[in-house]
Design a protein around this ligand. Sequence first.
Ligand code: ZN
Length: 279
Amino acid sequence: MLLTSQPEVTFHWLRVGHCKGPEAMARQGGRLRLIEFPSYVGALHHPQHGWTLFDTGYSAHFFEATRRLPELLYRSTLPVTLPDHEHLPRQLESLDIDPGDVRRIVVSHFHGDHVGGLLDHPRARIIAGSAGAEHALSLKGISAVRHAILPALLPDDLRDRFDPVEQFPRVQVDGLDTWDLLGDRSLLAVDLPGHMPGHLGLLFTSGGRQVLLVGDAAWTTRSFKDVAPPSRLAKGIMHDWPTTLSTLATLHGLDADHDDLLILPAHCPEGHAAWTAGA
Ligand SMILES: [Zn+2]
């Protein structure tokens, strides 16, 4: 049973760099071996409203922003690789999308691996939870790094181009709080709290499949299938641990109740494979 019926959009789920970290960090019960955590970015096209991005992944700006201490600590804790062909502007170009064609970017949250490419889209509107934007803008120096925020990645005119998600019409979908971003329910931003202030997902339908992008509300598909939260090592960067756990349980319930719903975490290769297998 569909969560809700929605007009179709076109969707691409693009891999934009990766970091390496222990599997056990992402999921309790995981092993200590180092695995890749790719960053995936959603590019969505609506016939009337044009292109929307969900997050932006890593970028050349990310490496510039982490060249010196204290920001270098971020990159040395979780080493990052961004092959040439994975740069987002290059991938958008190969899809015939001019960076200027991106009208809006939905930011799941302001961790550096999600907002690395905001600076590449100087005209796009930026949609996020207002608590998330305020939190990111309030942090500087080492206290920013401790929250995995890199202030240099935030555009100077962020406040001018910012559309708080709370200003869009609210829609209840099967117990989820959502906001209707385009007025036809084709893109519903979903409140998935806990990981960071104002953390958002995105619900849409593409190619006959309903998809829920969940950002970092779950780091891997196994996380919500098994209700396996991140390790206690990662607890320090979670904004609100009890809420992180209850959001994970919500995702588990949605997945169990809706065979036709594809839940895609921002860093999960298994999810990416599940999408491309049917695309
Ligand atoms: Zn995050």
